[in-house]
Ligand binder design. Structure first.
Ligand SMILES: Nc1ncnc2c1ncn2[C@@H]1O[C@H](COP(=O)(O)OP(=O)(O)O)[C@@H](O)[C@H]1O
Ligand SMILES: Cc1cn([C@H]2C[C@H](O)[C@@H](COP(=O)(O)O)O2)c(=O)[nH]c1=O
Ligand SMILES: [Zn+2]
Length: 278
């Protein structure tokens, strides 16, 4: 077992400047006994890979490999996670773009990822509802980013923007690894809720990882007050439905509730008509 003092020395090492690129920790475990051999407990580990191999007689050998990248990020882990949520048309993409452009003009290396499910304005750009554009990486999942972007380029990257975060199932792991272990500043924009005001994808799951959370509001399309919710104007029921002002509108609480009542009444009326006519 890892003792508390050993754990502290791993988590908060006191000196670590000349660490080799990779170190091996071997843990030979018998069913009832664990023994950890750490060759250098003062070394600053960046992240661990744990591999378990079954030896003859059913005793597992656990190998913990600590990767210590001698990069700027590993010497002072300065990762951050900033989350921007709100309904559609609230300015999430606009805010993400503003922050990314400002980081870029301060000399930082930046990249934006968006879901490849949204092909509305062409795959390789993110575009705000006002038409502002920026090149981006359209991906099915975030875990493919490092490979698509190139490992060397990834190491040099300072800031990663993620738009339409609700569409990425691996959002939590990606953000945690990028900020905690790779020292990246991650700026995430996405819908906190879907058209039924249920949690959307993994966006809410990353709140506990975040340095900051910003909830933006739009203007209610009916009364002009602050809008917290997105009303779907069509009858379609699936959670994921790509679209803009043709399918959705931002609304305040009163007009969200009113809108849902109208939709439900319309649905019942059309069901009734179908039954009557056939
Ligand atoms: N109902 C609407 N239809 C089209 N554009 C709108 C509507 N309401 C607001 N907008 C515009 O959308 C802009 C925000 O766009 P964007 O940053 O893409 O929002 P989000 O990413 O939150 O959907 C607002 O500044 C406003 O000019
Ligand atoms: C509410 C809601 C939205 N969507 C889709 C619609 C758009 O393609 C995006 C949101 O884009 P924006 O940048 O926030 O304007 O999400 C969906 O699939 N399901 C929903 O319930
Ligand atoms: Zn309203």
């Amino acid at each position: 077992m890892l003792s508390l003092s050993r754990m502290k020395s791993l988590v908060s090492p006191t000196l670590s400047t000349l660490a080799p690129k990779t170190r091996r920790f071997s843990l030979y475990s018998q069913p009832s006994r664990n023994l950890l051999c750490n060759p250098n407990p003062l070394q600053k580990p960046n992240f661990f890979h744990v591999k378990t191999t079954m030896l003859p007689h059913n005793s597992p050998m656990i190998c913990i490999q600590s990767h210590s990248l001698n990069t700027e990020a590993s010497q002072s882990p300065s990762g951050e996670i900033h989350v921007i949520v709100g309904p559609m048309f609230a300015g999430k993409t606009t805010t993400l773009l503003r922050r990314i452009k400002s980081e870029s003009s301060n000399g930082r290396s930046v990249a934006i990822i968006k879901s490849n499910k949204d092909t509305r304005y062409g795959l390789h750009s993110i575009v705000t509802h006002d038409g502002d554009k920026f090149p981006c990486w359209p991906l099915a999942d975030l875990s493919s980013f490092r490979q698509e972007f190139g490992s060397d380029a990834y190491e040099k990257l300072d800031v990663i923007g993620i738009d339409e975060a609700q569409f990425f199932d691996d959002l939590y792991d990606f953000c945690r690894n990028a900020a905690d272990y790779d020292g990246k500043i991650v700026i995430v924009a996405g819908l906190d809720g879907d058209y039924l005001r249920r949690r959307f994808g993994s966006v809410l799951d990353i709140i506990p990882l975040a340095d900051s959370v910003t909830k933006l509001t739009a203007r209610c399309e009916i009364c002009g007050k602050r809008a917290f919710f997105t009303l779907r104007k069509t009858e379609e029921m699936q959670t994921e439905l790509i679209g803009g002002a043709d399918k959705y509108m931002p609304v305040c609480r009163k007009h969200y509730v009113g809108g849902q009542v109208v939709k439900e009444a319309t649905r019942i009326a059309s069901e009734y008509q179908k039954v009557q006519s056939g």
